[in-house]
Every structure is written in C-alpha cells, then in structure tokens.
Design a protein around this ligand. Sequence first.
Ligand SMILES: [Zn+2]
Length: 241
Amino acid sequence: MLTGSTFGIGFSTTIKSLGFQNFTVAHELGHYFIDGHVDALLGSGKHFSRSGFISNDVYEMEADAFASELLMPWSLIESIIKSKAPGFESIKNISERCESSLVASAIRLCQDTKETVAAIVSFNGTVEFMTASESFRSIRGLEWLRRGDALPDGVPSASFAHRQKWINECNISEEGGKLRSWFDGVPDLEIEEDVVGLGSYGRLLTVLVTEWDEDEEDDREPSGEDNWSERWEKGIFRSKK
Ligand SMILES: [Zn+2]
C-alpha cells in the first residue's frame, strides 16, 4: 500500500503459520524492490497479492521468486540440501531453519536438490500446482500434473483429500507405491509418497521421492552448488531493460 510516499504492508493472520506470514511480507518486499513493480502495481495506491506460487501473473511470480531467495538463502539451506535426507524431511528442515512455509520450502528444495523429488499441492482432491527437481523432470514419459487436474484414483493422497480434520491437525502419512499410479507412461519405479496436512491452509502437500538414473538419459552433471544465476536466466525474472 502506498499513501503519499509511505509504503505499508498488510498481511492476513487467518492462516496461522509464521512461515506463511513471513512469505507474504517477503513477497511484498519483492514488489517494493524489483524494478517496475511499484509503478505497475501501486497505480491506485493499493495492491492485493496472491502470493504463494499459484498466480501466473509475472509480477506475482517475480515477487514469489524474490521471497523464496530472501527467506531461504543458499547459505542457510546448503547443508540441508547436501545432507540428502529423503523428501519431506529436507522440506521440514528447510521450513524450520528458515521459518518458511512447507510449500515454499518444498519449492526451494526442488530447485536445488539432486534427488528425484516432486511436490504437489492439492485442495479437495484437485491439483493446485506441481513442482519437481531437475532429476524428476527428466523421467522419461512424465506428464506434468496441471492446475485443476484430479489426484489420481487410488493413490494415498486421494484418500486424505477430503479428511479436513486430518489436514487441520497437520498429520503426516508415509507410504510406498508406484510412480505409475501417478503418471501413465513412466518407467516402473518405486516411490515413497509422503502426504502432509497443511493445517489451517486446508491443503494437502504430497511429496514423491524416487530414484532415477539420470545418466542413462542425460549426462549433464548437476553442480550441487547454488544455481541462482541459472534460475534467473531461465526467466523467472523478465530481462532488465
Ligand atoms: Zn503480489
């Protein structure tokens, strides 16, 4: 919000998560610091964000990317990423160390890990978004889940989709399964499926972990270092004029 020359940030406290609130504030700081945002968004003096990686608007995406790097800098998450704890454990560790939400932490993990991990956020059985590590993305035959897709029948996540109390209590379930239950046409790989209730956010976080020998398909060597410049170049940010 801009009043005269004074900027203010308001955030919702309906979602009782410090991580979510931190992310909202960091997102708004992104609007303040990134070139062009103030002019584009505060013409009327007020801007209401839909932060949290669910918007396709370029300004919202840039502010989300800014918030992610601000709250979860490589220096804080490097040891967690390199410890290669499986799936949800790393996400939880990032979330605790950086006081960031589990969803933001899952996205950050997927950007940097060499492990084969995907995270899916769903609401009432419908996918809101999917994110995955580079290794996961390289799985042959993978068809990306899109916003609005239904969770596949029979996967553990689908059985928790409507259990609001279970979700509110932030419960966690860990089960084994097959990647093919999620994606037709992929190789026959075993997966671990961690399902996490996101509390008052009302959504379900699913973390899929598998092993995929990328070298058979692709001989690029993941650096294992912070690849922020690569992320930048991939176009999260518009090119500077
Ligand atoms: Zn915004």
